[in-house]
Design a protein around this ligand. Sequence first.
Ligand code: FES
Length: 159
Amino acid sequence: MSEASTSGNAVPLETPRRRDLLQAGMGAVALAYLGALGYPVYRYLATPAVRSRLEGQITSVAIAEKSLPAAGAATMFLFGTRPAMLIHHADGSWVAFDAVCTHLGCTVGFEPQNKRIFCPCHGGAYDMKTGDILGGPPPRALKAFKVEVSDGHVIVSRA
Ligand code: FES
């Protein structure tokens, strides 16, 4: 018999403690379970906001000499998390654009044989020197970056 019952006090002392501990443990498990389920949902929903904040923090990208395209060619690179394109024209000039199509966001590619930047998704075409729309559904020109050639490497920055 417990001490409580021998002294004439009939209140059981251990049962509520055990119940409280069990409830606290179940509450902790429930919280951990909700956290495990909720965190991926939070990350999924917050990703565009985080990505756009990070995009704003990156103002320039340096491209090393060994990665530079030959005259008449282009190279793809990441400007933050977005694909971008650096074109070295046959006349020696350089241009760089955000390589995300302004229609529905496909990645565009350089087509030197057709003298254009082309989006394979719906046939959007852009001018290879200005990024202006040549045809197809894109509503806006490609975003152009500023290009500086210096000491054998190229620095691409927000215009
Ligand atoms: S996504 Fe480029 S033309 Fe539609």
